[in-house]
Design a protein around this ligand. Structure first.
Ligand code: C2E
Ligand code: CA
Ligand code: CA
Ligand code: CA
Length: 278
């Protein structure tokens, strides 16, 4: 037992060393990732329960590292934020996502595009400029672009960030609050935010059919959205039971593996056109 314990300690010590080696390797390689063409986007569909069709897609970034393989944005967005690389990275995401989306809707499809934005990009005060340039270059109408920001903008309590979001709304873009319910939003503050869409965190959806309070909680978020005049998108919908409950509770927009997995741009048209609401 003692030996095992020792091994356990050594193993976790080694894991820590490996972990930190991986981190420094990724941090070292990230600056070159865009130039080397190692970033790509996948797009996940969002369905409307009333419309019974795909209403939009969300662009999600991937990094194909030559040694480590696919690296999750959960891992490298934080690195980019720490290293001052987040603005160039977000610019690449905005330019690429709007260009890919412009091709998708060129044939007349009416679809929104969601792009995730780091709060750091908002703080850098160039987001409005970068969004404007991406829209101009791609020819995409502003009303099709939804900028997704996480609840951490709320924690900041910075009036300038709110003003930047209002400018995006004034441009005609949609602003959504991502991972809603995961953090600590003050409801009073939420009401003052220039936000049109609440993306209800996956945590709410996963408990909806197992925890008796789960459905009540989801119902409260849907009602809150209605009160504030915001659309509510449920994230992480994985089962038909979850979809049925969400629909019954009045949630009109669904995203998750049940609706569709994230796919590369060239597979998206088939996913959108082939979507079967039943
Ligand atoms: P998010 O914005 O909440 O995106 C949804 C995440 O949930 C995605 O993970 C997606 O693949 C995953 N997902 C979707 N449907 C399901 C489901 O039914 N079940 C489960 N278990 N998961 C599902 P992904 O692609 O790994 O992205 C993770 C996070 O990284 C995103 O969370 C977003 O916050 C961030 N991110 C992604 N792309 C970008 C980007 O271009 N810029 C920034 N700043 N952040 C990004
Ligand atoms: Ca998102
Ligand atoms: Ca989310
Ligand atoms: Ca998330």
């Amino acid at each position: 037992v003692k030996a095992q314990g020792k091994n356990g300690v050594r193993a976790s010590g080694e894991a820590l060393v490996e972990e930190s080696a991986r981190r420094s390797r990724l941090a070292r390689d990230l600056p070159g990732a865009i130039a080397r063409g190692q970033l790509r986007l996948v797009h996940q569909p969002v369905a409307g329960t009333a419309e019974r069709r795909i209403l939009g897609v969300e662009a999600l970034v991937r990094w194909d590292h030559p040694v480590h393989g696919p690296v999750s944005p959960e891992e490298f967005i934080g690195l980019a934020e720490d290293d001052g690389l987040i603005v160039p990275l977000q610019r690449w995401v905005l330019e690429t996502a709007t260009a890919e989306h412009a091709r998708l809707v060129a044939g007349g499809r009416d679809l929104k595009l969601g792009v995730n934005i780091s709060v750091r990009h908002l703080q850098a005060r160039c987001l409005v400029e970068d969004v404007t340039r991406a829209l101009e270059r791609s020819g995409l109408p502003a009303r099709m672009l939804m900028i997704e920001v996480t609840e951490s903008v709320l924690m900041d309590d910075d009036e300038r960030l709110v003003a930047e979001l209002a400018e995006l709304s004034a441009l005609g873009c949609i602003v959504s609050l991502d991972d809603f319910g995961k953090g600590y939003s003050s409801l009073a503050y939420l009401a003052r935010l220039p936000v049109q869409v609440l993306k209800m965190d996956r945590g709410f959806v996963s408990g909806i059919d197992t925890d008796p309070r789960g459905a009540a909680l989801v119902g409260s978020v849907v009602d809150l959205g209605r009160t504030l005049g915001m659309d509510v998108v449920a994230e992480g919908v994985e089962t038909p039971e979850q979809m049925a409950l969400l629909t019954a509770l009045g949630c009109r927009f669904l995203q998750g593996w049940l609706i569709g997995r994230p796919v590369p741009a060239d597979e998206l048209a088939a996913v959108v056109d082939g979507f079967d609401a039943a």
